[in-house]
Write a protein that binds this ligand. Structure first.
Ligand SMILES: [Fe+2]
Length: 314
């Protein structure tokens, strides 16, 4: 049985199309969908429509599926989430709402467990070093090759005592998770950890690509192949700019453009800067009001590259 493991599509239908075409070429039998289908790129409704038609799909929800039922405020902070929620058909929204947080099944006697975040399986062990707000600081001066990233992941899982004991506490089997947008995999004494990275918003400090992973379970044996399909980031950005999402959620879109161009996370740093800015001007409104959100973005453009140069390495 060969699965395409796909996570963190984030509304990026062009990336999903590349991944599904590649998966068909590799004759997959089914799909493991690891959550975060919406928010950030403007094609969530198209993405969900396509995903619902995939055969033999095991599907869980991600944390961004919980950000689609916001009160109808006029803040700036959640403008992208609100636009996304409005764009979803009632059928597609109901499908998302019914997704489970986790699921388990057996494939040819091999137990497979799925959850959006590694913390469900490993606690905070991996999260401490392998989250996107930390990775750029650990690799500040260079684009990170995927080989170096995988070596770092495997060193951590075998040499860091917290990670080692977390993985050894698991039963043998396959553990699929996503969430940190960092593509990795490894087998540690019969426990396979598989993170397909992000299909639509890679943040692993490497090359811009539509990422997913092939997982084959055959006769009780497990095989993993990571796939990274390069495509044109500027063409993608040009397409987003033609949409009403870009008009209505311009700050969020521009931050995502910057993340696409560098494959380095920016949102959490922008929220830090915006909190500082709002406090400085004495604005207590939360979520951040539209005027404060936009003014903080103007400050971000000049302040962030000086304060966090590691986020802008290309
Ligand atoms: Fe995500």
């Amino acid at each position: 049985m060969k699965y395409a493991v796909i996570g963190d599509i984030h509304g990026n239908a062009p990336a999903l199309r590349l991944v599904l075409d590649d998966a068909r070429v590799h004759h997959v039998d089914g799909y493991l969908l690891a959550g975060d289908y919406c928010i950030s790129a403007p094609w969530a409704n198209d993405v969900i429509t396509v995903l619902r038609q995939l055969p033999n799909a095991h599907v869980i929800r991600g944390n961004d599926e919980n950000h689609l039922d916001l009160p109808n405020n006029d803040d700036g902070q959640f403008e992208a989430s609100r636009w996304c929620a409005r764009s979803l058909s009632a059928d597609n929204k109901a499908w998302l709402d019914a997704l489970p947080e986790e699921l388990s099944f057996s494939c040819q006697g091999v137990p497979v467990r799925m959850a959006h975040a590694s913390t469900v399986f490993l606690g905070k062990a991996l999260h401490a070093s392998f989250r996107t707000s930390v990775l750029p600081g650990r690799f500040p001066h260079k684009p990170l090759s995927h080989e170096d990233l995988l070596a770092d992941f495997r060193r951590l899982m075998t040499q860091d005592e917290t990670c080692r004991s977390a993985v050894s506490a698991l039963d043998a089997g396959v553990y699929v998770f996503a969430h940190n947008h960092i593509q990795t995999h490894g087998c540690f004494d019969g426990r396979w950890l598989v993170n397909p990275g992000s299909c639509g918003l890679p943040l692993d400090c490497g090359d811009f690509a539509a990422c997913y992973t092939l997982l084959t379970i055959d006769g009780g044996h497990v095989q993993v192949e990571e796939r990274r399909i390069p495509y044109d980031v500027e063409a993608l950005i040009a397409r987003v700019k033609t949409t009403s999402h870009y008009q209505e959620a311009r700050v969020w879109s521009e931050i995502i453009f910057s993340e696409w161009r560098t494959c380095r996370e920016k949102v959490s740093f922008f929220l830090t800067l915006t909190e500082e800015y709002a406090n400085r001007i004495g604005d207590p409104r939360r979520p951040f009001a539209r005027d404060t959100w936009q003014a903080a973005y103007e400050e971000w453009l000049t302040a962030a590259p000086l304060r966090w140069p590691e986020l802008f390495v290309r």
